[in-house]
Design a protein around this ligand. Structure first.
Ligand code: NAX
Length: 329
């Protein structure tokens, strides 16, 4: 058996954690011949609950699960020790009456120490996926406290938005979701993000040709995708968990496997000025990888409508960055 891949997950006893860990342990991402070791991290008061999750992992008897280590958030370095991948799921949810700026600052207090502990303890080439919201700016804060870890190794999750958009397009066109590809999300994981239907394809045909109802594309489609998280909370009384965990696993697959021909994947990465987007913010863009290094897909042109939408989301990211400036390392 090869050396285990070590994956650290924060917020492991939460609802996304519960939908994530069993699939990670099952070999779904790294295959049946690759053992995995899970490093699970929780707040001190949630360690008992986490113990229950670990019992259930034991009871699955996954042949691919080599072992589980747990640590509380007062011992983050133990939690991140030798991790090849870190999935930052834990964060503080927005409470009633809380301003977005307050939420940014509360979570900034979590992600600074997270970045420092990853820097100190994780494996040399650790890759980090931030899921906990506001994920783009949380990722920026953690990254700024981890100078050892290359900037290319930091991702904030927008894959759930990509999956939501693909599914809406497939339903509108009456095709299978596998017939929709090259669908990228631009900007922030927030209601300002922009699902780029112009460059998406349905069975190889550009979406604006495959779907003639352009009012729907520019209206209902965008708002459905942008407001999907809120719609799920309203219907379920709880935020997306299984679909979010699924998207986190998709992101892990996206960054570790070569991107299929004609496909792109979305994640927020640290801009180096691509498409005129300000350097140093965590912005979602279309990406491709050979399984080792990734590139932003270049040369996409945007009409005025798309440009304005992307700019609005980028402006929101800049303002989030400005709000947490004193929390950056
Ligand atoms: P839960 O509240 O069910 O679980 C969060 C867990 O994190 C809790 O068990 C809590 O004890 C733990 N936690 C909090 N602070 C921690 C810290 N400093 N260290 C370790 N653990 C800590 O939330 P859940 O539904 O699992 O959602 C987790 C995060 O994902 C939230 O911030 C949520 O907003 C975000 N989401 C992000 C999405 C995305 O697409 N990027 C979509 C789904 C989800 O809304």
């Amino acid at each position: 058996m090869s050396k285990p891949v070590r994956i650290a997950v924060t917020g492991a006893a939460g609802q996304i954690g519960y939908a994530l860990l069993f699939r990670l342990a099952s070999g779904e991402v790294f295959g049946p011949d690759q053992p995995v070791h899970l490093n699970l991290i929780e707040l001190p008061h949630a360690m008992d609950a986490l113990g229950g999750v670990v019992m259930e992992l034991d009871d699955c008897a996954f042949p691919t699960l080599e072992g589980v280590t747990t640590a509380d958030s007062d011992h983050l370095e133990d939690g991140f020790r030798d991790a090849d991948y870190v999935m930052c799921v834990g964060s503080v949810p927005r409470k009633q009456g809380m301003e977005r700026a307050d939420l940014l600052k509360v979570n900034g207090g979590i992600f600074g120490p997270t970045g420092r502990a990853i820097d100190a303890a994780a494996a040399e080439n650790v890759k980090v996926i931030v899921v906990g919201n506001p994920c783009n700016t949380n990722c920026l804060i953690a990254m700024s406290h981890a100078p050892r870890v290359p900037r290319e190794n930091w991702f904030a999750m927008t894959r759930l938005d990509q999956n939501r958009a693909k599914s809406q397009l497939a339903q509108k066109a009456g095709v299978g979701v596998g017939d929709v590809n090259s669908l990228a999300i631009w900007g922030n994981h927030s209601p300002t993000m922009y699902p780029d239907f112009d460059h998406a394809r349905i069975k190889g045909t550009p979406v604006p040709q495959a779907i003639s109802d352009h009012d729907w594309l520019k209206g209902e489609f965008l708002t459905t995708v942008q407001q999907r998280g809120a719609a799920i909370i309203k219907a379920r009384g709880a935020s997306s968990a299984a679909s979010a965990a699924n998207a986190a696993l998709d992101t892990l697959k996206d960054i570790t496997r070569p991107t299929p021909e004609g496909e792109v994947f979305s994640a927020a990465i640290c801009s180096t000025g691509q498409y005129g987007i300000e350097e140093g913010i965590m912005c979602s863009m279309p990406l491709r990888t050979d399984g080792t290094t990734w590139q932003v897909v270049e040369g996409w042109e945007h009409d005025e409508f798309a440009q304005a939408k992307i700019q609005a989301s980028v402006d929101e990211l800049k303002s989030e960055r400005d709000t947490v400036r004193d929390l950056l390392g």
